[in-house]
Design a protein around this ligand. Structure first.
Ligand code: 13P
Ligand code: SF4
Length: 349
């Protein structure tokens, strides 16, 4: 054990049940070894809201810690070891623009329900809540899209166009009823009357880390490793998902590998930290390989040193300092944003 590891273990022992450290599957091993719980976005949102520790340290990206802060009780505080760790895709849907788009559609008499991927800001979640919408994760997108389609006469799915199209395909929604909307020029390019024909409107965002995977990589594997399985995250393009053997959330990918027979070979299209961990875990049993190594630089901003620093600071901080260190949710947004998350948790309970 190195000194940093020892110090973290000591603080965990001292704080006992007052401290709950959670980590997303994309965190690197030096962080993952210190967490009380690891999971995908849905599992972490659920379990964090069930836990009553005073301090929740979230090893992941900003929107994840922000969702935990939304679901936490008033006396609980949520900390992110590096507040600049931010999902790039979550910044592709500004709340003001979303509100403008929904309001324009409403003014034309359409009841469009916004369905926001959890990879969005609290402000976007609040706009969704205000307009009767909800949140989804990659693990429950199918259930939530079905739910949203029943609430109005159309759905606006944001920000991930790939997850939207992959989920629509799972539900066998006709492609002719789907349209990626034009948000250039602050939504002024939107042709509202044109959009009347579509019941699934799609925001044009995507994840740069999953956009690095392409169909040629899959075709090459299919040629050279004919028995290999290929599995991908649904943030990959529909063209890629169609060529893969299966697709699903990070927890789905982990379960898929666990259920493969001994001696299998599997290629995975998702963030490198998770693929690397699985490759080590199954060494000599299953050959786990990446489609290509693709790392999320923001997930990788969290490291052992930053985890230790936040733990040391929270032990010494005054109540005022603690307040400043913790993730803050603006009171004005809290109720609407929380409602959009609670609708998801209720619909998927
Ligand atoms: P999961 O919800 O599948 O864990 O994915 C979150 C994410 O950010 C994938 O890029
Ligand atoms: Fe966001 Fe993509 Fe990183 Fe996931 S992998 S946190 S979607 S930037």
């Amino acid at each position: 054990m190195n000194i940093t590891q020892e110090k973290i273990s000591k603080i965990r022992q001292e704080l006992k049940k007052d401290l709950f450290i959670v980590g997303h599957h994309y965190q690197n091993d030096e962080v993952i070894r210190h967490v009380d719980l690891r999971g995908d976005s849905l599992e972490l949102a659920r379990k964090v809201s069930d836990n009553n520790a005073k301090y929740i340290v979230f090893c992941g990206v900003y929107f994840m810690a922000e969702s935990a802060a939304l679901l936490a009780e008033k006396e609980q505080k949520v900390f992110l070891p590096d507040k600049t760790a931010n999902c790039v895709m979550s910044q592709m849907a500004p709340a003001q623009l979303l509100d403008t788009v929904i309001s324009k559609l409403k003014a034309k008499g359409r009841k469009i329900i916004p369905l926001a991927y959890v990879n969005t800001s609290v402000a976007v979640k609040a706009v969704c809540g205000k307009h009767g919408g909800a949140v989804c994760t990659s693990a429950n997108a199918k259930t939530m899209l079905k739910w949203a389609l029943k609430q109005g006469d159309g759905v606006l799915f944001l920000p991930d166009k790939n997850l939207a199209r992959n989920t629509a395909k799972d539900l066998q929604l006709p492609e002719l009823e789907q349209r990626i909307i034009d948000i250039r020029n602050n939504g002024n390019n939107l042709e509202i009357s044109e959009l009347n024909k579509f019941n699934l409107l799609i925001w044009p965002g995507c994840c740069a880390i999953h956009a690095r995977f392409n169909t040629e990589q899959i075709e090459k594997i299919r040629k050279n490793n004919i028995n290999a399985k290929i599995i991908v995250h649904p943030e990959c393009s529909p063209e890629l998902v169609n060529l893969a053997d299966a697709s699903g959330s990070t927890s789905f990918l982990i379960k898929y590998v666990a259920e493969l027979p001994k001696g299998s070979e599997v290629f995975i299209g998702t963030e490198w930290n998770l693929v690397k961990r699985l490759a080590e875990q199954y060494k000599g049993i299953i050959q786990v390989k990446p489609l290509i190594q693709s790392s999320c630089s923001h997930m990788n901003k969290i490291n052992e040193e930053k985890l230790l620093a936040v733990l040391e600071r929270l032990q010494k901080a005054t109540p005022d300092e603690l307040e400043k260190m913790a993730i803050q949710v603006p009171e004005l947004l809290r109720e609407d944003a929380k409602n959009s998350l609670l609708r998801m948790l209720e619909a998927c309970s």
